[in-house]
Design a protein around this ligand. Structure first.
Ligand code: FAD
Ligand code: SIN
Length: 539
């Protein structure tokens, strides 16, 4: 059983911090929506680590926008729809592509320095884009540049107060209205309640569900699990994007090798040194991400090893060093000189298309709760996200969220000092979080990875169901709470993957290898009265 709250509490005994808007997360979605909200009221921005601990910091390839003379928003729209494999919300996409240029201009105005070539913004190509439309910064350090500039803006904004090392545990709700969160202050080692007229979840994705991931340690799906516990609808959790190329070396975390490297001409080679992508798709290395990831998965299965190779040795070494400085340096530190050596690569979990179900204003099914960035799901990416649309999504929909959340300033304020939760929570146990996390990650990798089937998914569900016992424990270490959240998100992702008896985009079922038009719909999951419910919603 999944409890409503992860811990017992009594609001009267907890320090309360009040604000107009509460933003949780310091990635692009949290920083940007926080800045927009600061024009309307007081903002409190929380993050569980330091400001720069987020997926955004690691974004490499860039941010998509139809700004080239041979490009337009309609082409970008069509590419996004095609990549999404029939499950994309077309209205969401047209807003995204129509508003991309305006958001990019705003970033430039506040100081983001995108790379230039011949005095113009440099644009590169990535998988399934029909032309060069990806802006980048610092070569392959786009996310770090955007986060740095947005972070500076947030820190100098007098209407925003940033609280770092505050872990959001649960949403405080009453009568289908969200009023704030219960949090744990890691510096002062105490619980806090943050109360606000509107709460914005910008907690990012859940790459840590898998043993191999491009995501940093913070990506544990906290916001999604928190929302689910509060009875909020979640959607599309079976669609987990694996990035085709991450550095695969024993004893090292999987480090991303950007799709932009293939955009610049890198070739995938199998163990025999043969280029194979044309056997799988006419766009070869630049086919949609799900297709390239599955092709590599297949080639690895056919080989005796755990990796294939990416070859950039044909490209000018000076250009490679200048264009991809982070990748060049990181590989070199790991003993791979990419200007001379093939790069050992394997796919790794990268991006969650699903999340908390929201409408086009970022409103969830719980009044007062808004979601933006990777934690949100509005069907924008369909079954497979087009490269470099994620940073853009956070800007376009971060603004929509702020516009709508601002209207909640006029909603009645609630006094809910009486709110308390008493549940027969067990005392602290001795289960090492790391061990459980490893178990989840291996299970998900083996049974709910790039290729799934009924047998494996059922096995995974049974094991994850047993782990839900672990949710009854009140824990103090945030790593333990993160594991509790991972159990919930893994359980929901597996459940959705079992329900969807077809293959589409990033969800590939070996027992149902074809796309089936009867599944042109979204799987929404919601917990009601301590029971789980799932609902299948037509697009
Ligand atoms: P994040 O940036 O992940 O931020 C989430 C924030 O929430 C963090 O600050 C985290 O600490 C905080 N948080 C989470 N849980 C809690 C909690 N319980 N309490 C308090 N705080 C919490 N996309 C592109 O468009 N282009 C790219 O080139 C690109 N490259 C990528 C490269 C890598 C290696 C990775 C991992 C992703 C890449 N992506 C790219 C995807 C993109 O970076 C992410 O989807 C995007 O940055 C998500 O932004 P976000 O603000 O939603 O979440
Ligand atoms: C990459 O640089 O390959 C990542 C781009 C993305 O995930 O959008």
């Amino acid at each position: 059983m999944i409890p409503r709250y992860l811990t017992n509490f009594n609001l009267q005994q907890i320090e309360q911090i009040k604000t107009d808007f509460l933003v949780i997360g310091s990635g692009i979605a949290g920083l940007y929506s926080g800045l927009k909200l600061a024009n309307r009221g007081k903002v409190r921005l929380l993050t569980k680590g330091k400001l720069k601990d987020c997926n955004t910091e690691y974004a490499q390839g860039g941010i998509a926008a139809a700004i080239a003379t041979n490009d337009n928003p309609k082409l970008h729209y069509l590419d996004t729809l095609r990549a999404g494999a029939g499950l994309t919300n077309s209205e969401a996409v047209s807003t995204l592509t129509d508003e991309s240029q305006e958001r990019i201009e705003e970033l430039i105005e506040i100081g983001v320095e995108f790379d230039q070539a011949n005095g113009e913004l440099a644009l590169t190509k990535e998988g399934a884009h029909s032309c060069c439309r990806v802006l980048h910064a610092g070569g392959d350090a786009t996310g770090a540049e955007i986060r740095k500039v947005l972070g500076q803006q947030v820190q100098k904004n007098k209407r925003i107060k940033v609280d770092s090392e505050i872990f959001a545990i649960d949403l405080l709700t009453e009568n289908n209205r969200c009023y704030g969160i219960l949090a744990y202050d890691q510096k002062q080692e105490k619980y806090l309640a943050y109360l606000a007229q509107a709460v914005i979840l910008a907690t990012g994705g859940a790459g840590q569900l898998y043993a191999k991931t491009s995501n940093p340690a913070i990506a544990t799906g906290d916001g999604i699990a928190m929302a689910y516990r509060a009875g909020v609808e979640v959607m599309d959790l079976e669609f987990i994007q694996f990035h085709p190329t991450t550095l695969e070396l024993a004893e090292r975390e999987n480090f991303l090798i950007s799709e932009a490297v293939r955009g610049e001409g890198a070739i995938l080679r199998n163990q025999a040194g043969k280029a194979f992508m044309t056997d799988y798709h006419h766009l070869a290395e630049l086919a949609p991400r799900d297709i390239v990831a599955r092709a590599i998965y297949q080639e690895i299965k056919n080989s005796s090893d755990d990796h294939l190779y990416l070859d950039v040795t044909e490209l000018d070494p000076n250009y490679i060093k200048e264009r991809f400085p982070t990748i060049y340096r990181t590989c070199l530190e790991a003993g791979v000189d990419i200007s001379k050596d093939y790069i050992p690569i394997a796919p790794a979990a990268h991006y969650l298309m699903g999340g908390v179900k929201v409408n086009l204003n970022g409103e969830s099914s719980l009044a007062g709760l808004f979601v933006c960035g990777e934690a949100a799901a509005m069907g924008l990416h369909g079954a497979n996200r087009l490269a470099s649309n994620s940073l853009l999504e956070a800007l376009v929909y971060g603004k929509k969220v702020a516009d709508r959340a601002a209207t909640f300033l006029d909603e009645p304020k609630m006094d809910f000092n009486w709110l308390q939760f008493n549940y027969d929570q067990q005392v602290r146990g001795d289960i090492p979080a790391e061990k459980i996390k490893n178990q989840i990650q291996s299970l998900m990798m083996e049974q709910a990875g790039i290729v799934r089937n009924e047998l494996g998914l059922k096995k995974a569900l049974a094991q994850l169901s047993k782990m839900t016992d672990y949710l009854k424990m009140t824990l103090l270490q945030i790593e333990e709470v993160e594991v509790q959240n991972l159990i919930i998100v893994a359980y929901l992702a597996v459940k959705a993957a079992l329900i969807r008896t077809e293959s589409r985009g990033a969800h590939y079922r070996s027992d149902f290898p074809e796309k089936n038009s009867k599944w042109n719909k979204h799987i929404c999951l919601k917990k009601e009265n301590r029971q789980e419910e799932f609902r299948v919603e037509v697009n």
